[in-house]
Design a protein around this ligand. Structure first.
Ligand code: SF4
Length: 315
C-alpha cells in the first residue's frame, strides 16, 4: 500500500518538519526497504535504515531514532503512544467470499469476528458478507495494544474477549492466534486462512498438554531466571519483580533477544518469560530448559490454581 502511497508518507514527513528519517521494516517486508529508502532520498530526506530483526510494533528501533527526527515503522499498528514514530501498516487484500468456507462450521450466532492488522481494513466487508449469509456477527473494539476494531495480536486477544460471543471466527494465517483466542475466551474458535481458503475448528488442548509437560519439568528447579525484555513494547519489569518475589531462587535477567545459546550460557535451570508471550509457547522446542509463562510460574509457586490457567497477554 505504502509503496504506491509513498507520496502520502512524504507529505506526512514534510508536515512534521522531518529532515532525517529512520526506517524500520519487519522481516517479511525488509526486501522492500531499498526501494522506499530511495524514494525518500529522492524527495530530499536523509534516510537511515534499521537492519536489526523486527517482529512487531513492540520492538521499535528507538536507538536508530536517536539519529533521526522521526522513525517510520512499517507493517504494524502502534502498541503504545510514540510521538516521534509514524506507523505505516501494510494491508493485504483477499476476496471476502472466501469466508464461505467457514460457514459450515458455525453452530449458532452471533459470531465474533477478529483478524490481524494486515486484514482489518476488510472487517466491514467481512461483516457484510456474514450478514448477507444470515450470520449476525460482533466486532469489538480492541484494547490498548490493538487500536483497530476486531484486531488481535499474539499478545492481546482483547477484541475477541470483548465480542462476548460463544463462537469466534479468526481470519488470518497460522494457528497461534486462534489457539490463543480459544484459551483466552473458552469460546469455539474457527480459523480461516484467507489466502489458502482452508477453515478448521481450533482447540487449545494440545498446547495445554505440552505446557503441562514443560511445567512438570520445571518443578523443583534449583534456580529461575525471570526474563525481562529491553524492547520498547515488551518491558514488564513490575510483573517480573512480582514474580521474583515468589521465590528466593529467582533472579531477574534483562535480554534483548531471547535465544537458546544465551539461555544456555546463563545456566539457569528454568526461566520465566515476561517478554513476547509467544516465545514460551512457540519456541520451547528450541530452548535447552523449560521456559514458563508468568501464569505457569504462579501455578508452580502455589499462588494460582490450575483452574485459573490462562494464556499470557501483555495489557
Ligand atoms: S509482543 Fe510478540 S505478539 Fe506482541 S506485538 Fe510483539 S512480537 Fe507480536
Amino acid at each position: 500500500m505504502w509503496l504506491n502511497g509513498t507520496s502520502e508518507l512524504i507529505e506526512h514527513l514534510k508536515r512534521k518538519g522531518a529532515k532525517r528519517v529512520a526506517l524500520q521494516f519487519p522481516e517479511g517486508l525488509k526486501r522492500r526497504s531499498a526501494t522506499v529508502a530511495a524514494a525518500l532520498r529522492d524527495a530530499g530526506f536523509e534516510v537511515i535504515l534499521s537492519g536489526d530483526p523486527c517482529y512487531g510494533a513492540c520492538d521499535l528501533a528507538l536507538d536508530t531514532l536517536t539519529h533521526a527526527d522521526v522513525l517510520v515503522h512499517f507493517g504494524h499498528a502502534p502498541v503504545d503512544e510514540q510521538p516521534k514514530v509514524i506507523f505505516e501498516p501494510y494491508a493485504v487484500d483477499f476476496d471476502v467470499a472466501v469466508l464461505e468456507n467457514a460457514l459450515p462450521f458455525f453452530k449458532g450466532d452471533p459470531v465474533g469476528l477478529v483478524t490481524t492488522v494486515q486484514h482489518v481494513h476488510l472487517i466491514p466487508a467481512m461483516e457484510l458478507f456474514l450478514q448477507s449469509n444470515g450470520i449476525s456477527c460482533r466486532v469489538a473494539e480492541g484494547g490498548g495494544r490493538t487500536p483497530n476494531r476486531g484486531q488481535v495480536l499474539g499478545c492481546s486477544f482483547a477484541a475477541a474477549k470483548a465480542s462476548g460471543a460463544d463462537e469466534i471466527l479468526f481470519v488470518g494465517t497460522g494457528l497461534f492466534h486462534p489457539i490463543g483466542i480459544a484459551l483466552a475466551t473458552h469460546a469455539r474458535v474457527i480459523a480461516l486462512d484467507p489466502l489458502t481458503g482452508s477453515a478448521q475448528e481450533v482447540s487449545g488442548d494440545a498446547l495445554m498438554r505440552r505446557r503441562f509437560a514443560v511445567m512438570e519439568k520445571a518443578r523443583g528447579a534449583k534456580n529461575v531466571g525471570i526474563i525481562v525484555s529491553t524492547k520498547s513494547g515488551q518491558q514488564r519489569m513490575d510483573l517480573a519483580r512480582r514474580l521474583a518475589s515468589l521465590t528466593p531462587a529467582a533472579v531477574i535477567v534483562t535480554m534483548r533477544e531471547v535465544n537458546p545459546d544465551e539461555l544456555l550460557n546463563l545456566g539457569f535451570a528454568c526461566y520465566v518469560n515476561t517478554a513476547c508471550p509467544r516465545l514460551a509457547y512457540d519456541d520451547q522446542v528450541r530452548f535447552p530448559v523449560p521456559v514458563l509463562s508468568p501464569q505457569e510460574f504462579e501455578i508452580l509457586c502455589g499462588v494460582r490454581t490450575w483452574d485459573a490457567y490462562t494464556i499470557d497477554e501483555i495489557v
